[in-house]
Design a protein around this ligand. Structure first.
Ligand code: SF4
Length: 234
């Protein structure tokens, strides 16, 4: 009897604490008092549900990131750009440019080619979302190291959860490998959809690879057509 009473007391105490926290939350978002307005009832419905952070919140939380050796000693990182609710997201390996150029990275030939690919789909760079597995440029454009990918991946995961796209196009082996947790080459992965957090992922060759292997453009175009068909049926 005594132990059941203590358990009930603990439950009541936790519930009171939860209610207290909730009222603090309501106060924090500007609510001056409890009412039965539709917005208050909506907020109560949302209570306890896990909310994904917005892109702005993720970016602000990262701050001047020093989580890995690619950190640029406080210079801005290349977070990502495009539509915050894009249906199609492109994920590359690392942004172009040296750390000192991060504010204004030069448009490299691979980025120009990606823009052309996006335009040939009838889309614009502003209608999709483009980002990278790591947010800081790598020395001499080398592929990101596993520890750098590991440090930066939580940021990408939060971005994906915030955007919640219908399809992610993984550009190159670093992006495909990180999203699909595989070391398989892109040649084995491309051409079909895979899964990341319930979102379809189409791996394909990185535009940089196309610059030196133009014969692969046909494969990439086939992958893009599958993406567009996927978007049509989503
Ligand atoms: S690459 Fe990612 S984890 Fe590393 S410093 Fe830049 S933002 Fe931080």
């Amino acid at each position: 009897m005594g132990s059941r009473f203590k358990a009930n007391a603990r439950t009541i105490s936790r519930t009171i604490e939860d209610i207290n926290n909730y009222f603090k939350y309501l106060s924090g978002i500007g609510n001056k008092g409890f009412d039965c307005s539709p917005r208050s009832l909506e907020l109560i419905q949302e209570w306890g549900k896990k909310r994904n952070k917005t892109l702005e919140e993720i970016r602000s939380h990262i701050g001047r990131c020093t989580r890995c050796g690619l950190s640029g000693k406080g210079t801005p990182l290349a977070f990502g750009k495009g539509h915050p609710k894009a249906r199609l997201m492109f994920v590359g390996d690392a942004p172009a440019g040296s750390p000192s150029e991060r504010d204004n990275p030069p448009e490299d030939p691979a980025a120009k080619l990606l823009t052309k690919i996006i335009q040939s789909l009838g889309l614009t760079p502003e209608s999709v979302y483009i980002c990278h597995i790591v947010k800081c440029p790598t020395p001499d454009g080398r592929p990101p190291l596993p520890e750098e990918i590991g440090a930066c991946f939580p940021i990408l995961k939060q971005q994906i959860q915030a955007i919640n796209p219908d399809i992610i196009c993984a550009l190159g082996p670093a992006a495909a490998g990180a999203l699909l947790n595989t070391k398989a080459p892109v040649s084995h992965l491309r051409g079909k959809f895979h899964d990341f957090l319930g979102i379809r992922v189409m791996p394909t060759y990185h535009p940089t690879h196309l610059l030196t292997n133009p014969e692969k453009k046909r494969d990439v175009w086939e992958d893009m057509k599958k993406i567009m068909r996927g978007l049509d049926t989503a």
